[in-house]
Design a protein around this ligand. Structure first.
Ligand SMILES: [Zn+2]
Ligand SMILES: [Zn+2]
Length: 334
């Protein structure tokens, strides 16, 4: 098979590799599309350490090409979205049902080879069969959408509430749509005017550009009170985390789902004074089916989010496109 092999930071080569063979309990997936996300970018630049050589790519979908012994949940020919994380299954966290928090979790495309290749070998339990009628681009957004579905659930969004979404990348633009599907009214907050225009198209009732200053006044205007009921933070920057706290009303909830890699200067005085509920939300547990349901039913639009497509041979260009101001989701099509 053909694969994009990372041999060192920014040294990504298209190479011929042996076709993987599925062992017992595993599935071989013929990759139809793979998304590039911030994690891939950090691995590519070397900011995030991995073992080389590595085939990156954790947001991918495709068709089951073969299965190993004992696999019952999928069969060859099935169209699937891949859940690219699997837990150990035996630790206390796994046994409690918190498999997304397992400390021995394996991340496909990070700890083991992933989807920037024609074929990928994964545990069959990571394959979620797609409902009929989903396009490959819809299916490709299942993984980031599952992240957002969990974050919105953690925040317990209710119909009629005012919510703010911080960040208008893939996760933020999906969060706008999921909150709207829950009946919440949404204020989108971002540094990018261009993305805010898209947030409006996708259902944000109001937008605020951080280029014009902090968003607390916009949150007060939008909510008609001291701030919004719920904030979903998706940007993962230290500034965005601090900003999220400023948008919530007293008694409000703040869900952090962007992973802040740097420490943030948060004025915790306001967390106490406003009795805020701060919630972390880490990837997903069982949110893939709900994500597929939202895509299938049309509550979440995928089309406008997939802005760039590159064949596997041009994967270097895909990483270049990731940083373009007009790029949201960049897809690699093997
Ligand atoms: Zn990702
Ligand atoms: Zn575990």
């Amino acid at each position: 098979m053909k694969a994009a092999v990372l041999r060192a930071p920014k040294d990504l080569r298209i190479e011929a590799a042996a076709d993987p063979t599925p062992a017992a309990g595993e599935a071989l997936v013929r990759v139809r599309a793979a998304g590039v996300c911030g994690t891939d970018f950090r691995i590519w630049t070397g900011d995030r350490q991995v073992r080389y050589p590595l085939i990156m790519g954790h947001e991918f979908i495709g068709e089951v090409a073969a299965v190993g012994a004992g696999v019952a949940n999928v069969k060859p020919g099935d169209s699937v979205a891949v859940e690219p994380n699997y837990s150990c299954g035996t630790c206390a966290l796994c046994q409690e049902g918190n498999r997304n928090l397992c400390l021995s979790r394996t991340a496909v495309g990070i700890d083991v080879d992933g989807g920037f290749a024609e074929l990928a070998r994964i545990p069959a339990r990571c394959c979620w069969p797609a409902p009929a009628g989903l396009t490959p681009e819809q299916l490709l957004l299942t993984e980031p959408l599952a992240v957002v579905v969990r974050a919105v659930r953690r925040g317990a969004a209710r119909g009629g509430e005012r919510a703010a979404v911080l960040g208008a990348g893939t996760l933020g633009l999906l969060a706008v749509q999921v909150l709207k599907a829950q009946g919440a009214r949404v204020l989108a907050v971002s540094r990018s005017e261009r993305r805010l225009a898209l947030a409006r198209e996708l259902g944000a009732e109001a937008v605020h550009s951080l280029a014009a200053g902090p968003g607390s006044e916009a949150a007060r205007r939008f909510s008609g009170r001291e701030g919004v009921d719920l904030v979903v933070e998706t940007a993962g920057t230290p500034e965005a985390v601090a900003e999220a706290i400023e948008l919530a009303r007293p008694g409000g909830r703040v869900v952090l789902t962007g992973l802040p890699h740097e420490p943030s200067r948060v004025h915790f005085f306001w967390v106490v004074r406003r009795e805020l509920t701060l919630l972390g939300s880490m990837i997903y547990q069982d949110e893939f089916p709900e994500a597929m349901r939202l895509l299938k039913g049309g509550a979440v639009e995928a089309g406008p989010l997939v802005t760039h497509r590159f064949p596997l041979d041009a994967i270097q260009e895909a990483f270049g496109a990731y940083r373009l101001p007009d790029s949201i989701k960049v897809a690699v099509i093997p």
